[in-house]
Each structure stands twice: as C-alpha cells, then as structure tokens.
Design a binder for this molecule. Structure first.
Ligand SMILES: [Zn+2]
Length: 171
C-alpha cells in the first residue's frame, strides 16, 4: 500500500473534483473508501496467503469490488444524488489499487479478480511501499515513504485542490 494518508488524500481530492456541492458525508465516505481495500490485511491473520484471490491486494483491490461498494454506498447514503455518490465512491475505491500498482513493494494488484487472478503493477513504480505497522512507519523507511508520497500524491493533490478553490472564488 501507499500509506493511509496518501490513499485518503486522493479519495478526498477525487470527491472535491467530482462533487461540486462538496457534500461533507460524501468526502468522508470517499476518504474511507480510498483506505478500505487494505482491510484485507486481516486475511494474513486467517492464514490466507498474499497471492490468494482473497489475500492482500486481492479482491478488495479489484474493479468489481469498487463497483459493488459504490452501488451499496450510493443506495444507502446517496438519497437524491445517488449517481454522484456512486461515481465518487467508485473512483476513490479504485484509486486505492491504482496507487498500490505504482508502489515499489509487495505483490501486484488483482484488478480483475474474480475473472483473472493475476496481479498487476504499472511499468513505472515510483511510490515507496508503506510499512504495514505503525512502528516501522516512524523510521527511515517511513521518511522515504513520506517523501515519495509528497512528490507523487500530496503535491499533485494540493495543486488540484488549490486550483479548485481559486476557481470557486473567482466564479
Ligand atoms: Zn492496498
């Protein structure tokens, strides 16, 4: 994974870009959805291996999971804005796997599970993989993660958010 901060920030940015009404519940849900796929690390506790379709970076990182999750959230929380909710939640959930496929470590992402159990990376893997435990996060490894996420996630997201803010003000 990228860190939960990187994933969460991208989810937040996507909700701001897509939802011009800036619904607060929606951006919270977008942040949660961008982090959610990594709850599959509990698979390790149940002895499910990494490369299993239900293992880490497996089904919860797939496109199908993002679609199902987006539909559920849109139906439960979307009220009269189900389509916007669905789009934002789909994009934030799927963004998780896309970021993971840019990381330097672990196994690839199972985008097409259950139809194809292969794991995929992008050709350019530029984001330092994040440690799973808190302790390792506050280490030299953690520093490298923070620097690479600043460069490839935080700064681009901030540029987009600031641009949106300025556009809104000048309207
Ligand atoms: Zn992940």
């Amino acid at each position: 994974m990228a860190s939960i901060f990187g994933h969460g920030l991208l989810g937040f940015t996507l909700s701001k870009v897509v939802d011009s009404a800036s619904n607060k519940i929606l951006f919270l849900l977008a942040i949660v959805s961008a982090i959610l796929p990594d709850f599959d690390i509990i698979a390790f506790k149940f002895g499910i291996p990494y490369s299993h379709p239900l293992g880490h970076r497996g089904f919860t990182h797939s496109i199908l999971f993002a679609i199902i999750w987006a539909i559920v959230i849109a139906l439960v929380f979307g009220k009269n804005r189900k389509r916007i909710f669905g789009i934002v939640i789909f994009l934030s959930t799927v963004s998780h796997g896309l970021l993971d496929a840019l990381t330097t470590g672990g196994k690839g992402v199972g985008f097409f599970i259950p139809f194809d159990n292969s794991r995929y990376f992008f050709p350019n893997r530029v984001i330092q993989v994040s440690p799973i435990g808190i302790k390792q996060f506050f280490s030299e490894w953690g520093m490298r993660v923070i620097l690479s996420e600043l460069k490839y996630i935080a700064i681009p997201c901030c540029i987009i958010l600031i641009t949106l803010f300025i556009l809104k003000k000048t309207k």
